[in-house]
Design a binder for this molecule. Structure first.
Ligand SMILES: C[S@@+](CC[C@H](N)C(=O)[O-])C[C@H]1O[C@@H](n2cnc3c(N)ncnc32)[C@H](O)[C@@H]1O
Length: 241
């Protein structure tokens, strides 16, 4: 029997939702358990791998996704005793989300930021920094260019990095750089990030980066492995005044 945790393709062909927490999801859940009355937000929650675990840990969770059907499935998977601490928010981040200033204990964006342009990412990070209460934390997990399907893009990425481009990982047409056999489940445009680019973007909205690292997630999809730098994880904190 394979030990590889399952990944489920999203209803809207927006990649695969993991059924196992990645290391950033684990940190989010652990931190969320201590957030008390302050809700925590899961952006691009899909079927709820992180939201459901945070609920089970006792957190108040706002699960958000562009696809309302994902959220309906997520809700149906929640334990009855956890449902009163679950809020669903359908909509596209950052455009459709609004929360009171300093009202959230934590925010998770796992495998969702690659759908955003640099400008949307900047807007979104600025909003998150405003929504987090003092001491609240942002948790990010994202894809890097260092994946087998994007091997042909890596030299171009490094050239862009060296030239100082702000968003070197933005690929307007995914198909122009990748011939992955599951290209149809990948976004038409994709934003690949790394630890330094993400760190700079998060610092620029005033959050303190606690850690930012490249690694290979345990449930990396079949055929994606390259050199151990396939994913990026980041944890950042809102400073107390
Ligand atoms: C690849 S899945 C990731 C699911 C889960 N967070 C994980 O780490 O496995 C991406 C999810 O983000 C949602 N999504 C894509 N773009 C979004 C956006 N701009 N705002 C909110 N949700 C979005 C998709 O519907 C999908 O459910």
């Amino acid at each position: 029997m394979s030990a590889r945790p399952r990944q489920v393709v999203t209803r809207n062909s927006m990649g695969w939702a993991s059924e196992a927490l990645n290391v950033i999801g684990e940190r989010f859940v652990h931190f969320s358990a201590g957030c008390g009355e302050a809700p925590v937000l899961d952006i691009g929650a899909a079927y709820g791998v992180a939201s459901l675990a945070a609920l089970r840990a006792g957190a108040r969770v706002i699960a958000s996704d562009i696809d309302p059907e994902h959220l309906r499935i997520l809700e149906s998977r929640a334990e009855p005793e956890d449902r009163q601490r679950l809020r669903l928010k359908a909509g596209r981040f950052p455009r459709d989300l609004a929360f009171d200033p300093e009202s959230l204990g934590a925010v998770l964006a796992s495998n969702v930021l690659h759908f955003l342009t640099g400008k949307q990412l900047e807007t979104g990070l600025r909003l998150i920094a405003g929504w987090l209460g003092p001491g609240g934390k942002l948790f990010v997990h994202a894809s890097t260019p260092y994946q087998a399907p994007f091997a042909a893009f890596v030299p171009e990425y490094e050239r862009r990095l060296a030239s100082g481009l702000r968003w070197p990982g933005w690929i307007e047409k995914t198909g122009a750089w990748s011939r992955h056999r599951k290209l149809s489940v990948m976004p038409a445009s994709i934003h690949l990030l790394d630890d330094m680019v993400l760190r700079r973007a998060v610092q620029s909205v005033g959050l303190e980066v606690e850690e930012s690292f490249l690694y290979r997630r345990a449930d990396l999809g079949h055929g994606l492995a390259m050199d151990g730098r396939e994913s990026v994880g980041l944890v950042a904190r809102k400073l107390t005044a």
